[in-house]
Design a protein around this ligand. Sequence first.
Ligand SMILES: [Zn+2]
Length: 437
Amino acid sequence: MRKAILLSLIAIFVSLNIFAQTPQELADAWDATHITDKEPSDVRHADLKVYIEKLREQGVKVGEVGRSNAGREIYQMEFGSGPTKVFLWSQMHGDEPTATSALVDIFSYLATHKDVPWVKEFAAKLTIRAVPMLNPDGAELYQRRNLQGIDINRDALNLATPEARLLKWLQNNWQPDIGFNLHNQQELTAVDHTGNQASISFLVVYGDPAKTETAGMLRNKRIVSAMTKAIETFIPGHIARYGDDWTPTAFGDNFSAWGTPVILIETGALVGQKELYLAKINFIAIMTAFSSLATGSEATGSTLTYDTLPRNASGTLVSFIFRNVQAAPTGNKASMPVDIAAVAARRRASFTTSIRISRVGNVGGLTGLEEFDAAGFYVVQRFGSLAPGKLAELFFYKKDRVVDWKAQDIIEKFEPDAIFSAGSWTKGEGVVPKIQR
Ligand SMILES: [Zn+2]
């Protein structure tokens, strides 16, 4: 009897080892195999087609399931033949691209490792379908809405867009057991009051305004708990919970209402890291979710990690703060030192960043992703206007410089000691010291 228990314990232990990958192993797997090679924000539909062609060569089952308003192909990938039906979709907002690359790499990995025991287990227990880039026209223009100017994620009931009709049909026709709605949030979204960027935020999406706690919601909380634990060694302090207001016209809410309880993943940004790094974090999180479903560990886990996730916060982070700057003197009175806050607009990775001044003066309550101590400097804005809304094109002069501030073309006559342009130091990097957080 004892021997039998021991043997079954060993069997469980072995199966856990075979079927559960550690987060580090998943990270290594992405490093070694990812086929995405562009920053996700630079991936247009033509680039997705190149990825899809590679996936086909690797044996991924992928086909066109619909067309966008402009006639661009929308694809669905599939893996496995198990009883649990898992559905994912990405980039219904055209300028929210990170998970599209993650999905490509996930299906690439699964297809090329189908003989590995834990991948076999996925195939036996799960059928996984995913639509990468639901809004290819929006992706082309790098805009949230589709070509008709409609937010697909507010079109779940009206169904005025072909993309929304497709998404609803894919759900209705297949009735998945779980859905993953994959988005990006603003890079200045913070984790509560920590001053940290929320690089990944999760939400278990309720299916009604009363937030009824169904078995599916509880399962999803356990799965998010597992995903959070898996990624928190990579991005500690950068994981939060997204706001959970009921949105009656949104797809996540309606999928949950239609019987496919949804987990929302919102990818933010992480200063100093490329976008593909967060695609890798998505890869680790989503593979962990599959693992929870395939091994059944989601049935016994805890919701505690999800329940205690800090909330998303907005309005507390800016991209840059320059502290103690002295505006260049005008007339015969010297100016007072001020702080300047500036924020970057969402953009493609390959595009020049436009950074605008958001506040001049008191920046109390704000944290800059990067901060500089400009106490020893005068500053001139490129077009002579140091005010909110203007470009943060800034020229710094050491205070002991002799400069005729009334001169025309100051910048040409008096070479600045440091130039901050389009979000980086194009001259004199390090001259204005960075404040270490
Ligand atoms: Zn979105």
